[in-house]
Design a protein around this ligand. Sequence first.
Ligand code: AMP
Length: 279
Amino acid sequence: MKTETTIHGLTASLHAARQARKTIGFVPTMGNLHQGHLNLVREARKLCDVVVVSIFVNPIQFGPNEDYDSYPRTLDQDSQLLAEEGCDIIFAPSVEQMYGSQPRLTNISVGQITNDLCGAQRPGHFDGVAVVVTKLFNIVQPHFAFFGQKDYQQLAVIKTMVRDLNMPIEIIGVPIARAEDGLALSSRNGYLSAEHRQIAPVIYQSLKTAETNLKQGQALTEVLAEIKSTLSDAGFVVDYVEARNPMLQAVEQFDQDIVLFVAAKIGSTRLIDNLQISH
Ligand code: AMP
């Protein structure tokens, strides 16, 4: 396994693979890897000849009061895990390498779906994601790219962008990896105190209860209100609890496949989760 920190180095490393027409699989991450990330790498390993994983904490997708500075950076540990998982190349560029010294004038906005849910809470976040993912796609030029359903809205934004702009890349969504108690794995779980870590699985439990209640015929608005009150009672400050169809359009009732979305803070840690429910 090689680690490249420059665009030039990465291009040189991939040259032989491209010449040999090998398929290149790409997994973009911000590092501090856990089993959720490693599942993406495993899928890439299954489908592609060469697997590239990027580790880059992207400053432009963080808001001014968010955790960019404190975001965990654990490259040595990540490298160890990726070597065990059979990754071929780590791309770990600096901010200067990715953004250079000239001001960036180009933005990528994927429209309405980026203003909803997390986009409503985090203005500019999905523009920052769209820009960095496009830059990484142009640098790596993969055939396949792998994204987690944990960030369902992000996956939808990337799929939409790739479709709208004819990017020649197949996007593969990978299911959410969870801890045994149901908590969706996230690098941000490391921020949780022992007490908050005990409470955190209530998010997934409330989603599973909601699924049961919907399937038993309870009205969607009631089910959403119950998730909110369960979370508030457990000590969360709820950002949103919403239902959408799989294309992220509004739904009034459970008369089609839906996705339930939660974003909630426990202490200062913001957690997100979602559950796809088939009709
Ligand atoms: P991040 O490092 O948080 O930017 O995540 C990098 C990729 O890993 C994104 O595509 C995420 O959706 C995915 N990912 C993060 N956590 C999970 C998880 N628990 N299950 C599945 N995918 C995940």
